[in-house]
Design a binder for this molecule. Sequence first.
Ligand SMILES: [Zn+2]
Length: 352
Amino acid sequence: MLGLRLHGATDARLDDLPEPEVRPGTVKIRIACAGICGSDLSLYETAPIPVDWPHPLVGETGPHVLGHEFSGYVTEVGDGVDDVPVGALVAVQPSLADGTCPACRRGQTNLCEQSGFLGVNGGGGGFAEYVVVSEHSVFVLPAGFTPELGALIEPLSVALHAVRRSGISAGETALVVGGGPIGLGLLLCLRTHGVARVIVSEVSPSRRELAAALGADAIDPRDVDPVAYAREVTAGQGADASFDAAGVGTATFGPCLEGLRKGGTTVAVAMYHEAVDIDPGTLMLTEKTCTGSFAYTRDDFQSVIDAIADGRIDPMPLVTSRIRLGEVLEQGIDLLRGEGRDTEVKILVTPH
Ligand SMILES: [Zn+2]
């Protein structure tokens, strides 16, 4: 089968690989759809995980197949798997956790001491034709789901977890800096959560247009100061919660913190390109909370599936292109690193 493996920085290759074999407690999935994530671009650019390092929960060295947002059809199940029928359309929660460390025992499996991801640390990935995963990573999707919806559950789970981390309530105002897949996913989750106003600050005109169509106050930070705007629409108070979904550095985190009301919470939900200076004295005076949000738990995944199933969230407007596995480098990763950064949101990949 074909699989896109990361051999080193800016060296990903479509390799001919043996099909993975099902083992007890696992299911074999014919991949139907996989999304390209901003973190795939970072991995591609820097290859931060040594190819010869076996992740302790996976136990295999690289090069590893990329792609951690995916869905597919079950073709075979291993011994002991009773709850996943052959033929079912499934989504895969790619995050790995040992289940035994203190964080896992607290229920914070996303903070596991041995945290890892399928499609990053080995164990197969979405940019391939088949994958074999633990039955516990699989969600059998309800009737009405398509493979494309299945591939969008993962990024929406990132967004939902961040919304939960913010503590924002229905009727309140949110500021989202960055209108990429996570920023727009935050918008969808915040609207579903009953948040009255969501301000999205984004430089790309097409992403701004999409944010506006999805109900945001979409502003261009080069024309409209996000901090001034957030205060203006809240009678001078500032947003109840804010989210940095861009991670540029002070340029994006600064407005998130400044645009908050006293006692509000800002959530870092991006990989940062540079460090940010914070004056703790400001936090003391205002009781603002700065926190982070990392990935998701099984409960976040299930909540997103439920919200899509009953129509509270429709993520399909985030899909801007559909390509084949053979095109994933040029029409996917390279495009998103170049001009596609301004014109694309989510690119979905199908094997054939
Ligand atoms: Zn753990």
